[in-house]
Design a protein around this ligand. Structure first.
Ligand code: CTP
Ligand code: MG
Length: 233
C-alpha cells in the first residue's frame, strides 16, 4: 500500500487568479478536489496527505475530510518551496514503504494512472522511483542567450515529465535531505534522486494530464474535465 502526498501550497503567481491556485474553481469544484477524488479512488492508496497554503489550511482541511470519507486524510501547512511542501507532507504521512507525490495543479489525474505508476515501481525492485511522463511531440532545440540554435535534441529520447511520481520512501527521504538551496531549485522530486545516481523509470502517460500554470491551461483543463465528466462538471 502507498501513501499519497498532494502538494497544493503554491500561490499560483503565473495564473494570477488572486487566490491560491489550488482554490481556483475548475469545472464546478476547487482545483484540488479533482486530484483528491482521483487518488481516493485508487485502490493502492491508504492515506492522502495534503500540503495547503498556510492561510487556507484549516478551512480546506475540514472541507477535504468532509468530502472524502473513503480514505484517511491528513493536512499540513506547506512550505516556501515545492520541495519543502513535499517534505512537510511526508513527515505527516503514515510509515508506508511507497510514497506517491502529486501536484494539485494537475487536476486531470485518473485513478488508473496513479495505479499504473505505483505498479511500475513495484515491478522493478532495483528502481528508486517511477514517474508519469508524456512522449514529447515537438522538436526541441537548445539555443543560447542570443537565440542562436546550438543543438536539436533527439526527440525519441525526450519525455515531458508529469506527476504522479512514486518513490521508495527511503529514497525520497534521502533526496529531500539535501541542501536547502538544491531543494529550492528542484522542479520535481525525481531530479533529486537522479542527481545522486538513483534509478528512475518513466511510465508513459497521456498528454491530457496537463499542469495548470497559466490562464490558457485553466481553460483547457476546464474543457477536458467537462468532456470527461459531462457539461454539469
Ligand atoms: N507547491 C507547493 N508549495 C510551494 C510551491 C508549489 O505545494 N511552496 C505546489 C503547487 O501548489 C502545485 C505544484 O507544487 O500544485 C507545482 O507548482 P507550480 O505549478 O509552480 O504552482 P505554483 O508555485 O502555485 O505556481 P507559480 O509558480 O506560478 O506561483
Ligand atoms: Mg511554482
Amino acid at each position: 500500500m502507498a501513501v499519497a502526498l498532494i502538494v497544493a501550497a503554491g500561490s499560483g503567481e503565473r495564473l494570477g487568479a488572486g487566490v491560491p491556485k489550488a482554490l481556483v474553481e475548475l469545472a464546478g469544484r476547487p482545483m484540488w478536489l479533482w486530484s483528491l477524488d482521483a487518488l481516493a479512488r485508487c485502490a493502492a492508496v491508504e492515506q492522502i496527505v495534503i500540503a495547503w497554503p498556510p492561510e487556507i489550511a484549516s478551512t480546506q482541511a475540514s472541507l477535504a475530510e468532509r468530502l472524502c470519507t473513503s480514505v484517511g486524510i491528513e493536512s499540513v501547512e506547506g512550505g516556501a518551496s515545492r520541495s519543502e511542501s513535499v517534505l512537510r507532507a511526508l513527515r505527516a504521512a503514515r510509515s508506508a514503504e511507497i510514497v506517491l507525490v502529486h501536484d494539485a495543479a494537475r487536476p486531470l489525474l485518473t485513478p488508473e494512472l496513479a495505479e499504473s505508476v505505483i505498479s511500475a515501481l513495484s515491478a522493478d525492485p532495483d528502481a528508486h522511483a517511477a514517474i508519469a511522463a508524456a512522449a514529447v511531440t515537438d522538436t526541441i532545440k537548445r539555443a543560447d542567450a542570443s537565440l542562436l540554435v546550438s543543438e536539436t535534441l533527439p526527440r525519441n529520447e525526450l519525455w515531458s515529465v508529469q506527476t504522479p511520481q512514486v518513490f521508495r520512501r527511503e529514497a525520497l527521504e534521502r533526496a529531500l535531505g539535501g541542501a536547502d538551496t538544491e531543494l529550492a531549485l528542484a522542479t520535481d522530486d525525481a531530479s533529486l534522486i537522479e542527481r545522486s545516481g538513483g534509478r528512475v523509470i518513466v511510465v508513459p502517460s497521456s498528454p491530457e494530464n496537463i499542469k495548470v500554470t497559466t490562464p490558457v491551461d485553466l481553460r483547457l483543463a476546464g474543457l477536458l474535465l467537462a468532456a470527461r465528466h459531462g457539461p454539469s462538471a
